[in-house]
Design a protein around this ligand. Structure first.
Ligand code: UDP
Length: 246
């Protein structure tokens, strides 16, 4: 196992900060290498136990973002080195900043049509120097071949996939090899937030690392996630006891 990674329930998670990501964005563009940023949180790790595609996607991603307080806590309790949560939506914001500074072309895939449209408009307003190469909602009937062709024809440099897990990870696993963009990020419900349709948790919840709890309480579809966290913690601590440093 690489020194900049930790193994949690058999899934690698990177020990990284936002400034590492900022530096790497430049390097990957300079070296013309594909960069995949994926959020790893307790829910996704539990999903990866039974979904091989999600597991492989995470393992093959260049940046496995520790995006959950459950990850940070398990790392601490197993004497690991992941000290801070890096929120996927904040990584997306940095990536958009980068696109703005370097006049890159971005493409969005996911969310409901009106949400994706609003998110695109808000991004264009906030980051006037990047180009929105295109967007496709996450319920479109277009087939993957046509979506890939559209992204390539639009000369997208950065692709953000916002279809929730496991759909977004599976989509990138299947289609990334055919795409010409440099940066790929799975961004879950971020377009809902950027569009203004869904609010991020109040600051208190973000600062106290309880954003997941707030979002689980206000969204009935997420309520079951409250129970996933203790399951994840118990499984991860047991796994560590059996497998130790890997
Ligand atoms: N979504 C989509 N296509 C689908 C299912 C979901 O584009 O077939 C979108 C949904 O509209 C929402 C996002 O995926 O914008 C998923 O959000 P969720 O809160 O479930 O994901 P998380 O942030 O937890 O990964």
């Amino acid at each position: 196992m690489n020194e900049k990674q930790e193994n949690i329930l058999g899934i690698p998670v990177d020990i990284l900060t936002m400034s590492d990501i900022k530096k790497d964005l430049l390097t990957y563009f300079e070296e013309n290498k594909k960069m995949t940023l994926t959020s790893v949180n307790p829910q996704i790790i539990l999903m990866a136990e039974t979904n091989e595609k999600v597991k492989t996607f995470i393992k093959e991603s260049t940046h496995k973002i520790p995006d959950g307080i459950g990850i940070v806590k398990v790392s601490k309790w197993t004497k690991g080195k992941i000290k801070n949560r890096v929120a996927g939506i904040e990584v997306m914001h940095e990536a958009l900043n980068f696109a703005n500074e370097h006049q890159k072309r971005i493409f969005l895939l996911g969310a409901k049509p009106e949400v994706a449209k609003l998110a695109t408009e808000n991004i264009a307003k906030e980051f006037p120097d990047l180009s929105v190469a295109g967007w496709i909602d996450g319920y479109s009937k277009m087939n993957d071949y046509d979506i890939v062709s559209k992204m390539n024809q639009a000369k997208a440099d950065m692709v953000f996939v916002a279809m929730g897990s496991p759909k977004q990870e599976e989509w990138l696993m299947d289609n990334m090899p055919m795409l010409n963009a440099t940066v790929y990020q799975t961004v879950g419900g971020s377009l809902d937030v950027i569009s203004g349709t869904v609010k991020r948790a109040p600051d208190f919840f973000i600062k106290t690392n309880l954003e997941w709890l707030y979002r689980s309480c206000v969204n009935p579809k997420r309520f079951y996630r409250i129970f996933q966290l203790p399951v994840f913690v118990i499984k991860a601590l047991n796994w560590h006891r059996k497998n130790g440093e890997q």
